[in-house]
Design a protein around this ligand. Structure first.
Ligand code: HEC
Length: 122
């Protein structure tokens, strides 16, 4: 989708408050790298990584049908914005021993954009 079309879509959604509250945010371009391992739909399934639909508020390491690392199962917290930004920025730093083989998104603005996107998937 071209940027102009995207901004028109955002403008259209913004004028419909009830829909804006329910609809997932547009997928950030940065998510392309995550999509190699993660699905993000209500009917999605675990592939290389767990389905990230409804990850916001979910306890870390508990999506059905995915064999998590002991480290992720032991994280013991629910995913909120701060936890997601920390994990997306530096997976091994946030959850030492995680099997997510990914170095992290170092740009804080991009990491936050991804966290906000994930939190809107519900
Ligand atoms: C190379 C594959 C791969 C890539 C690329 C990847 N992930 Fe993951 N991700 C995983 C795996 C595997 C796990 C499970 C980790 C574990 O069990 O320790 C995971 C776990 C997660 C979790 C925790 C989910 C839960 O149910 O607790 C989040 C959130 C997440 N990834 C987000 C992302 C985001 C956002 C990106 C892109 C910036 C990304 N991942 C890129 C493989 C990947």
């Amino acid at each position: 989708m071209k940027p102009l079309h995207l901004s028109l879509l955002v403008a259209a959604v913004a004028t419909m408050p009830s829909l804006a509250a329910a609809a997932p945010l547009p997928k950030p371009a940065t998510f392309a790298v995550c999509a190699a391992c993660h699905q993000v739909s209500p009917t999605g399934r675990a592939v290389i990584g767990p389905n990230l639909w409804a990850v916001g508020g979910r306890k870390a390491g508990t999506a059905a049908g995915f064999a998590y690392s002991p480290a992720m199962k032991a994280a013991g917290y629910k995913w909120d914005r701060a936890k997601l930004v920390a994990f997306i920025s530096n997976p091994q730093g946030a959850v030492p021993g995680t099997r997510m083989a990914f170095g992290g998104i170092k740009d804080p603005a991009k990491a936050t954009e991804l966290a906000n996107y994930l939190l809107s998937l519900k």
